[in-house]
Design a protein around this ligand. Structure first.
Ligand SMILES: C[S@@+](CC[C@H](N)C(=O)[O-])C[C@H]1O[C@@H](n2cnc3c(N)ncnc32)[C@H](O)[C@@H]1O
Ligand code: SF4
Ligand code: SF4
Length: 365
């Protein structure tokens, strides 16, 4: 193993410990009927904005008439410090909207680097130029997710609604790789396709393409986010879906760089048939109330996009909101939620598979 890979592996140890501790806290909460609550968020997402420069068919962000007022970089820094006091070392995935539209992103990421917070970033990659790639590497970005929706430029650009963006996304991956290599650092890059009727047939080839770029793949089946194009994106051919899912599962079994579990890929059939998807970890309960914290662009705190906000970072310490009445109520309610969806709860993987996934990521970087 390269030295940079060993350094990254060492950084995983506190996160793995926090996940194990979290699993025990979940079991205690459920086992005690909610009377013993030692849970803490361990899947943290930060939405830096809602604005976006692309026009993806399945996404509502770029169509909004009004956007939430964005937390400033100072407010983000105060929020991250507050969370660090609550959680110790933690991982946060920043997304949006398009996070690269924020010129103060390096300041936020540098704060993470300097305070033992592991920051990942999900982006279309289109705005990433040489200087931005260098800044992300300097900020010791923990991982980068680039949304790439096809192996053919035409497919990706069509789903993303803007011509020429495939080439820019691929360029972003190359720039990150070059700067990470130059700095002797390991920055795992994950290609994140939104799987739809437009691109399903290209998914096996996309895995091989990702590998040729030194990346792993994390599939996300398209969900109904309320856009007019959802109907056109929805996969309605169960036979084709089964064939492609089977091919991807075989590729994963052969050791190819797919981060989803085989069960998650198998569950696409239920998702596109409109049936609830059971948690892949084998449980029928949804754990978002126990482990997930979404910080929206304006500071609103959520467990799940379908549920009311728990509060706002401006209300006071996040620990108090997490331990407050609204959160406790939602924790219990979410455990009984029968909706079953592929966005939050069902993407959870058992610890053993998370460890295998982390090792795969480190090897590929
Ligand atoms: C909302 S975007 C924000 C980050 C960035 N703008 C990007 O595209 O990567 C986060 C992820 O959601 C995915 N996405 C967009 N519309 C979706 C939908 N209807 N269902 C599931 N995922 C979707 C995107 O492809 C992207 O991977
Ligand atoms: S998926 Fe990402 S890039 Fe596409 S419109 Fe939504 S926020 Fe923008
Ligand atoms: S099953 Fe889905 S909708 Fe229900 S609480 Fe979990 S993530 Fe939210």
């Amino acid at each position: 193993m390269k030295r940079s890979t060993l350094v990254s592996a060492a950084r995983l140890v506190p996160l793995a410990w926090s996940h194990l501790r979290g699993e025990a806290a979940d079991a205690l909460f459920v086992g005690s009927g909610g009377t013993i609550d030692t849970t803490r968020p361990r899947r943290v997402y930060g939405l830096l904005n809602e604005r976006c420069n692309l026009r993806c068919q399945g996404c509502p962000y770029w169509r909004m008439e009004r956007y939430r007022t964005e937390l400033t970089a100072d407010e983000w820094i105060a929020t991250l410090a507050d969370l660090k006091a609550f959680l110790g070392p933690f991982h946060i995935n920043f997304s949006g909207g398009e996070p690269l539209l924020r010129s103060d992103l390096p300041r936020i990421l540098n704060f993470c680097r300097d305070h033992g917070i592991h920051a990942g970033l999900t982006t279309s990659g289109v705005l990433l130029r040489d200087r931005q790639a260098e800044e992300l590497v300097e900020a010791r970005l923990f991982n980068l997710c680039v949304s790439l929706d096809g192996v053919r430029a035409q497919t990706h650009d069509r789903q993303r609604g803007v011509p020429g963006v495939f080439d820019k996304a691929v360029r972003a991956i190359g720039l990150m790789r070059d700067h990470a290599d130059k700095a002797g650092l390991s920055v795992p890059i994950i290609i994140k396709p939104t799987v739809s009727a437009l691109n399903l047939g290209e998914m096996p080839a996309l895995v091989s393409f990702a590998e040729s770029l030194g990346c792993s793949v994390l599939f996300q089946p398209v969900s109904d986010w309320g856009t007019a194009e959802t109907q056109a994106l929805w996969i309605r051919d169960p036979a084709e879906l089964q064939a492609i899912a089977g091919e991807l599962i075989a590729m994963k079994a052969a050791g190819q760089a797919i981060l989803n579990t085989a069960e998650q890929i198998r569950d696409w059939a239920r998702h596109f048939a409109g049936e609830p998807v059971p948690m892949s970890a084998g449980s029928v309960r949804c754990s978002v109330g126990l482990d997930t914290l979404i910080i929206h662009a304006d500071g609103e705190l959520l467990n799940c996009y379908q549920w009311p906000a728990l509060g706002n970072v401006r209300d006071g310490p996040i620990r108090d909101t997490w331990r407050g009445e609204a959160s406790n109520h939602q924790r219990a309610e979410a455990l009984g939620c029968t909706r079953g969806c592929t966005e939050n709860c069902a993407v959870k993987r058992p610890v053993s598979q998370q460890v295998r996934g982390a090792i795969r990521l480190l090897r590929s970087s």
